[in-house]
Design a protein around this ligand. Structure first.
Ligand SMILES: C[S@@+](CC[C@H](N)C(=O)[O-])C[C@H]1O[C@@H](n2cnc3c(N)ncnc32)[C@H](O)[C@@H]1O
Length: 390
C-alpha cells in the first residue's frame, strides 16, 4: 500500500453506499421507507424467514463496514478503552429490563420524567437518569427532553411481552456475571468449579442455579433452553407426509405436548407426532427413523458428551437412516484457500476489505460461543470440528 493509498477506507464507504441503496430498494419493493429509530411499530422484516436475502446481506455489510471503518480511523487507544467499557451497557440493560422501564413508557410517545419512572420502579432517580442517558447515547430509548425518556425502536424489544427481553435478562445477568470470572478460572484453575466461570461466580452449576430460586427477574428459560419442537412444526405444515417423534427431557416433553395441543392439534389428532421422553446420555433414540434431526444440541456439550449423544443416535439408526445436524457454524476471521475454492463457502464470504466472516455483523455467534464456554464449558464449532466429531 503506498503512503497515499486510502482504498482500505474508501472501499468500505463504497460498500456502505451500495448496501444502503439495496436496503432502500428492498423496503421500496415492499412499499415502505426504511423505518427511523423513532418508529415504534415493529414493521417489516422482523424474522429471518421473511427477510429477502439481498436485504440480509446489505444489513450485514453496513454493520461490518461501519465497525471496520470506525476501528480504522479512530485512535487505537480510544477504540480499546471503548471496547473495555462495553460491559457497562449490558449492566444497564439488566436494570431497565428487570425494572420494566419499556413497559412503563408504552403508549407515552412524549416520554416520562425519570422521577416518575423511578417512583414506579423503586430505583434511585439520579442513578436511573444516568443509566437511561447511557442507553439513549447508544440508541436504546430516546431522551426527548433533558431527564425525560421515551421508547424507541430498540427499547420496544425490552417490553416484558417480547421474548427478546427474557434473552436480554439471561445474557446481561447470568452470562455477564460468568464472563467476569473467565480470566480467573483460566489462570487459577480449581477442581471445585471444573474450570467453569459461572460456577466460580455463583457457586452453582448453571442448571442447578435456576433451581435455587436465585433468579428473580423476568428471564424465562423458554427461548434459550426450550425444546418444544416449534422448528419442526413449520416443516410438518409445509409437508403433510412427514411424521415426527419429538424427544427431549420428560419435563420439556410435557410442555411440548401442551404447546402442540394448542398450536397444531391436527398433527396430534392424525397421530403425525409422537412425544417420547428420553435422556440422550443414557437412552438410545427411537429406533429406525429415516432422519434424526439434532438441532441446537451439540453446542451445549463438550466433545466427550457430544460423542455420547451421537452414539446413542447411531444405535437407533437403520440402514439408510440419516443424521441432520442443524447448528451454528463458526468461521475463521481470515481468508483461507477453502473460502475461495468451495462454491458453497464462497457464496457466504463477505466482500473485501471486510473480514471474510462478516466481522461485527456476525459477532453474536462468537460471543455466544464465549457464553457457552463461561456458563457450561461447552462450545460452538467450526465445520472441521463438526466433521471431526462426526
Ligand atoms: C438449546 S435446546 C434445543 C432444543 C431443540 N432441539 C430446538 O432446536 O429448539 C437444548 C435441549 O436439550 C435438552 N436436553 C438437555 N439435556 C438433555 C438430556 N440429558 N436428554 C435429553 N434432552 C436433553 C434440553 O431439555 C433442551 O430442550
Amino acid at each position: 500500500m503506498s503512503s497515499f493509498d486510502n482504498t482500505h477506507i474508501t472501499a468500505l464507504t463504497d460498500l456502505i453506499n451500495k448496501a444502503v441503496q439495496d436496503i432502500i430498494a428492498e423496503y421500496a419493493a415492499a412499499g415502505r421507507a426504511v423505518p427511523s429509530l423513532d418508529t415504534l411499530e415493529s414493521g417489516l422484516f422482523q424474522v429471518p424467514e421473511e427477510t429477502p436475502a439481498r436485504l440480509t446481506k446489505a444489513i450485514q455489510i453496513v454493520e461490518a463496514a461501519c465497525a471496520q471503518l470506525s476501528c480504522t480511523v479512530a485512535p487505537p487507544g480510544s477504540v480499546m478503552i471503548n471496547k473495555s467499557l462495553e460491559h457497562e451497557e449490558p449492566a444497564c440493560l439488566l436494570v431497565v429490563t428487570e425494572a420494566r422501564i419499556a413497559d412503563l413508557l408504552l403508549d407515552k410517545p412524549e416520554g416520562l420524567p425519570v422521577s416518575e419512572l423511578a417512583s414506579h420502579s423503586g430505583l434511585d432517580t439520579r442513578k436511573l437518569t444516568r443509566i437511561l442517558r447511557l442507553l439513549a447515547t447508544k440508541h436504546c430509548f430516546k431522551e426527548v427532553k433533558p431527564g425525560v425518556f421515551a421508547n424507541n425502536r430498540l427499547s420496544m424489544k425490552l417490553l416484558s411481552s417480547d421474548t427478546v427481553s427474557s434473552i436480554v435478562c439471561l445474557l446481561t445477568d447470568e452470562s455477564l456475571r460468568a464472563s467476569a470470572y473467565l480470566n480467573e478460572t483460566l489462570t487459577d484453575p480449581s477442581e471445585m468449579d471444573g474450570g467453569i466461570p459461572f460456577i466460580r461466580a455463583t457457586g452453582y452449576p448453571f442448571f442447578d442455579y435456576h433451581k435455587t430460586g436465585s433468579r428473580k427477574g423476568n428471564a424465562s428459560q423458554g427461548p434459550w433452553l426450550g425444546g418444544n419442537g416449534h422448528a419442526t412444526m413449520n416443516l410438518m405444515k409445509a409437508h403433510p407426509h412427514i411424521k415426527v417423534v419429538l424427544q427431549d427431557q420428560p419435563q420439556v416433553i410435557d410442555m411440548a405436548q401442551k404447546f402442540w395441543a394448542k398450536e397444531y392439534p391436527a398433527a396430534m389428532e392424525k397421530e403425525r407426532i409422537q412425544f417420547i421422553p428420553f435422556d440422550f446420555f443414557k437412552d438410545a433414540a427411537v429406533q429406525g427413523c429415516d432422519f434424526y434431526y439434532i438441532r441446537s444440541i451439540l453446542r451445549d456439550w463438550p466433545d466427550t458428551e457430544s460423542e455420547l449423544i451421537l452414539k446413542n443416535v447411531r444405535q437407533a439408526m437403520k440402514q439408510g437412516s440419516r443424521v441432520i445436524i442443524h447448528d451454528t457454524v463458526l468461521r475463521d476471521a481470515v481468508r483461507t484457500p477453502e473460502s475461495s475454492s468451495d462454491a458453497s463457502v464462497r457464496r457466504d464470504v463477505a466482500p473485501e476489505p471486510l473480514l471474510p466472516n462478516y466481522g461485527v455483523a456476525r459477532v453474536r455467534t462468537y460471543e455466544l460461543d464465549m457464553a457457552m464456554m463461561n456458563l457450561l464449558n461447552s462450545q460452538m464449532r467450526t465445520l472441521p470440528e463438526f466433521i471431526e466429531l462426526g
